[in-house]
Design a protein around this ligand. Structure first.
Ligand code: 13P
Length: 266
């Protein structure tokens, strides 16, 4: 099964609108050698903080790079101070939204029910849900990787199966071991391969052959120096990049490594 490789930048709470525009201006020449492939053979998305979406969208116009959002509220509108709804995001051109990020789970108390409500909202639209999953260090050391993935994935997969949307266009799974996020402690290629294989197994169990079309990204301390060993693993279809995505040079290096490893595979 051939899947289009995908690299997503998650800027978290970094970069003002001005810095985002500067980033785009710096990135575009770096991607020029394969600009014609972006959006067709290789997909790229950037998730800035909400205030930078508009300006970044304009700065990326015509590049093939799409806008993503870091979060969404499950309701369409209403009295939810400080929240942002899906129509607000699509109005600015967002094509995908991160849900279930471990920082949302741990720092903002988002539980599985909330994440499912957000997923349902996205499934009722044409926007892609990038569902983040992954175990904490205690869970891994306690041998609970599989049960954590089952809890975080199986019900979302059932919801995708029950929706009218083609799974490969509705869902992307990002495997982000919590102990690797922002710590400089990257998963070994063997650990990533095993976790991605387990996620693929669950996708195919729940979605049948369509589960082969869902892309699985690796995230957690991914840098130009370690990207190749991870991206060349089977079932690693791309990356969700935090810290290293803030710099156009590092980000473009990761994109170029992703392109090489995935094209070598086909
Ligand atoms: P880092 O790449 O900074 O570890 O962050 C990963 C991440 O959480 C992306 O969503």
């Amino acid at each position: 099964m051939k899947r289009v490789p995908l690299v997503v930048a998650n800027w978290k709470m970094n970069h003002t609108a001005r810095a985002a525009a500067e980033f785009a201006a710096g990135l575009r020449p770096l991607l020029a050698p394969f600009a014609g492939e972006i959006g067709t053979r290789l997909e790229l998305a950037i998730a800035p903080a909400f205030p930078a979406l508009d300006r970044l969208g304009k700065a990326l116009a015509g590049s093939g790079i799409t806008l993503a959002a870091q979060n969404v509220h499950e309701d369409e509108s209403g009295a939810f101070t400080g929240e942002v709804s899906l129509p607000m995001l699509t109005d600015l051109g967002c094509r995908s939204v991160l849900i279930g990020h471990s920082e949302r789970r741990q720092l903002f108390g988002e539980g599985d029910d909330r994440i499912l409500a957000k997923l349902e909202r996205l499934l009722a639209s044409e926007v892609v849900a990038i569902l983040c999953v992954g175990e904490t260090l205690a869970e891994r050391e306690g041998g609970r990787l599989e049960s954590v993935l089952a809890r975080q994935l199986d019900e979302p997969i059932r919801r995708v199966a029950a929706s009218a949307r083609p799974p490969g266009q509705a869902l992307v799974v990002a495997y982000e071991p919590v102990w690797a996020i922002g710590t400089g402690r990257v998963a070994t290629p063997d650990l990533a391969r095993a976790a991605h294989a387990e996620i693929r197994r669950r996708l195919v169990a729940g979605l049948g052959p369509e589960g082969e079309r869902v892309r699985i990204l690796y995230g957690g301390s991914l840098k130009p120096a370690n990207a190749r060993s991870l991206l060349e693993q089977p079932d690693v279809d791309g990356a969700l990049v935090g810290g290293a995505s803030l710099d156009p040079v590092d980000f473009s290096s990761i994109v170029s490594i992703c392109r090489e490893t995935q094209l070598e595979r086909s």
